[in-house]
Structure formats: C-alpha cells, structure tokens
Design a protein around this ligand. Structure first.
Ligand SMILES: [Zn+2]
Length: 364
C-alpha cells in the first residue's frame, strides 16, 4: 500500500479543491509513491508529534492544521516549523493536511461537533457560493444514455442525496461538415439535421476538467457542442459551519455545562444568559466568529465556536447565546473523522490517533 492510497481515501471524503483560497492543504511534504508504513493522525504538528511518529514507525502524518500556511523561504531550523520540516525530510515522513476542505464537508469538523452534541436535522450553516456549473450538451438520441452515464460517473448530476440528475429535451441539431472533417452523420458540404437530445446537468466547478473530458470521450461527434454556465446557486451540501437541533430543548445553564463536559473545556466564555431555552444550535469548529450573523438569521438559540474576541461577543446583542469553547476544544474530534475514514477502508493497517496534547492554551 502506498501513501497515495491513503491520500485518495481522504481526498474522496474532503477534496483539496474545496479548501478556502488562503489555505494550504494536501501532501505538503513527501512522496505519495512511497510505501505507507503507518499513519499518525493529529490536529496540529508539533515537534513532539514528529517524535511520536518516529517512535511509532509512522511515515505519514495526517493533520488538520497545515504545517506551512504561508510561504517558507528558508529552512535553517530557527523555529519549530523549520525544525519539523527538517525532521520530516530526514526521517522520510510525509505530511498531509486536510484543513478548510474538511471544514467544508457535511461530516467534517463541524459535523463531528453536531454528532458529539447529538444534534438532529443538521445542515450547512454557510453554504459555498459560486462553485457550481451547469453543463448543457447536445447528443444524438441513441447515444444519450452513454453520454449521461459518462458525465455522471465523472461527478456531474449530484443534487443533495440524489445522483444522476439531468433534464432532457428532444430537438433538432443542424450542421454542415467542412472539407477537413470526418462527420459521424451527414455528408461533407451538405446541410444536415439530426434528432438530438439537449442534456442539462449540474457539476462542481472543480470537476469541470474531468467531466468535459468524459463528455468528449463518450460523445460520438467529431466536434462536440457543449455550454458551461456559472451558477449563482448556493451549494447546500458544502460550506462552513453547521446548524441543527437538540432532541429536546434545555435551559442555557444545562447547555453550557454540556458543552464544558463534551468538549472538555477548561473555561467556557459566553454572552449574557437570555432565559430562553436552547433547541436550535449553530456551530463552527475553529475560528467561526464571522458566522454569527448567519447563526442569527438561521434563528439558532445558541452559537458555539472558538476564538471570539471581546467586541464580537457584544455583536450577539441579546439575540443569541454565544459560547466560545476554544479553538482546539471545538476541533479536537476532527482526529476521529480522519481515523474513522481510514480504519473503515484499511482495517488491518497501522493507523494511530496521536497521544500528544497539542493545545497551546491552558486554563487556570
Ligand atoms: Zn482550526
């Protein structure tokens, strides 16, 4: 088994293409064609994590936070990042990061928080925008099935839990083949009309290359007519944060204590108690304060995230209970997300959850 096989599994769950623009994900150090000997899963990479990987014989570290977010211009060992890079290369350890792409999928960072809190009817809090395309193509009737199948297999036609979604209308295509052609139907120099199906479907922008390639391969014509339109639709199954409901409403103090226990928080920081029961909960792993407005629009009773600043607490304006449970605490179960994906696929392989606490924050 190769490191690539492990990466393929993680990419299938949370494609790197779903990352935010500022982010740096994927295989950051190492060679995917090396044999995999063991995987260590962690939220952050510290020097202790490197030692743990070496001790446990793991040559791949899967982390949530990337070791290199912005450019590293020299590697002299002057800071932890540089020393980690040196140690990784010297010990043939590959490093793979799945960060905002794992934030963006339904069962990712925030989805895991929903699971821990027992939330139901969960959906994405802030769906991704401007990342879907409409594909329209025109196919001779007897080839429509084959073309549809090819583009669906390449990733087109998925809407929520439905796949193979398309709309098909029968019409007539016209064309005249030029001198240097080899037309599938019709004759050179003669105007031809052909009964064709207009096939319409939807696809994520990042799959454009793959889907168009599949279309061109499956379509019988020498010149394939197709249109790609950018869509203004939101992508309901991809985006940041989640919102869901507790099975039963509970009072605010019970809710805050539940957060403290489930997320093992040294100190929950929260906005004034509103004496309103908590049922609908919005949340976001990591630094989610920018989603407060979305949580209010979604009529959530509480918003749970990390890294809230002093003035941002005031923005709650008694409309919602904000609970800051800490960046690390909110994301700690992301390790389980990766562990579950990999152990499900590679049940007999050495996949370890790190024992090292990488939280740099302590509470008195
Ligand atoms: Zn984070």
């Amino acid at each position: 088994m190769y490191i690539q096989d492990i990466i393929d599994e993680l990419e299938q769950f949370a494609p790197s293409a779903l990352k935010e623009d500022f982010d740096n994900v994927g295989l950051l150090i190492g060679d995917a064609q090396h044999e995999a000997k063991g995987v260590l899963i962690t939220l952050d990479i510290t020097e202790k994590i490197m030692d743990e990987a070496i001790e446990r014989g793991c040559n791949l570290i899967v982390s949530h936070h990337p070791i290199m977010l912005s450019g590293v211009k020299r590697i002299n060992g002057r800071n932890a990042t540089e020393r980690i890079i040196i140690k990784a290369i010297q010990n043939n350890i590959s490093i793979y990061a799945s960060h905002t792409n794992t934030d963006s999928v339904l069962n990712g960072v925030s989805g895991k928080m929903c699971e821990k809190l027992g939330l139901e009817n969960c959906k994405i809090l802030s769906p991704k925008k401007e990342s879907l395309l409409k594909l329209v193509t025109f196919v001779p009737e007897e080839h429509a099935d084959k073309v549809r199948e090819a583009i669906f297999n390449a990733g087109a036609g998925k809407i929520g839990n439905y796949d193979a979604c398309s709309y098909n209308t029968i019409g007539e295509g016209t064309f005249r083949a030029g001198d240097d052609t080899n037309p599938y139907v019709g004759e050179k120099g003669k105007l031809h009309s052909e009964k064709e199906v207009r096939v319409e479907t939807i696809l994520p922008t990042y799959l454009k290359g793959r889907v168009v390639k599949a279309l061109l391969k499956a379509h019988p014509y020498e010149e394939v007519a197709y249109d790609l339109y950018p869509l203004a639709n939101e992508w309901p199954t991809v985006g940041i944060g989640m919102v869901g409901e507790l099975p039963e409403e509970i009072d605010e103090a019970t809710f805050l204590n539940r957060l403290k226990n489930i997320f093992k928080v040294g100190c929950v920081r929260y906005t004034p108690i509103l004496n309103k029961p908590i049922k609908r909960v919005a949340l976001c792993g990591g630094s989610g304060s920018f989603l407060l407005g979305k949580a209010i629009v979604e009529k959530a009773d509480a918003f749970v995230t990390g890294d809230f600043k002093y003035h941002q607490f005031a923005d709650a304006e008694d409309q919602i209970l904000v609970a800051d449970i800490g960046h690390f605490e909110s994301e700690q179960y992301t390790k389980e997300v990766f562990f579950e994906i990999l152990t499900k696929k590679f049940s007999n392989f050495a996949i370890h959850l790190s024992n090292v606490n990488t939280n740099p924050v302590n509470y008195l």
